[in-house]
Design a protein around this ligand. Sequence first.
Ligand SMILES: Cc1cc2nc3c(=O)[nH]c(=O)nc-3n(C[C@H](O)[C@H](O)[C@H](O)COP(=O)(O)O)c2cc1C
Length: 188
Amino acid sequence: MKLLHIDSSILGEGSVSRQLTASIVEQFRKADPSIEVITRDLVAEPVPHMTIATLPAANPDLRDDLKQLQSADIVVIGAPMYNFSVPTQLKAWIDRIAIAGESFRYTETGPEGLLGGRRVIVALSRGGHYGAGTPAESLEHTETYLRSVFGFIGITPEFIAADGIGLGPDARTAAIEKALGDVSALAA
Ligand SMILES: Cc1cc2nc3c(=O)[nH]c(=O)nc-3n(C[C@H](O)[C@H](O)[C@H](O)COP(=O)(O)O)c2cc1C
């Protein structure tokens, strides 16, 4: 069993999403001590932004991230909300793995995802609240984006969310505790 652990928070030790991904990975390790964990820190080792010269679709030598994803049974991704979307580091990684003919293909009946059969768990951390019916709902482009892009490549991600991190120390503590409780309830 292979688990790919991806972090994208720029906040290091103070990161909420990193705390959550560490807890998720720990839970899988406890359930299966022989699990192989591959760690990908997209801040410590960033994927360069895509350019015309580094279009993954045209560069078979830029497929390491895709191969890592293809070989993983479980993928745990830390995805903080920065400026209403995912960190640029995570977007650059997505640009490396979304390749027509590899992770999805176009058919006569529409696009088809090719990476189904693996589990993706996303740990979200957001400063505010973006749930259905909230005033900021239409500004949510982190969870909705990841749901769309993973759906496009054939994967329905699961989400663990810590929301309201920016709303004071009590709200932050409560959000992290709730999210860690949700991690404990994840089926291994
Ligand atoms: C550069 C930056 C941009 C942020 N933008 C938003 C935002 O648009 N909306 C929001 O609700 N919170 C925003 N926040 C708050 C973060 O979502 C929150 O602090 C979260 O815990 C970040 O995850 P992390 O701790 O894993 O980095 C931002 C934080 C930073 C550092």
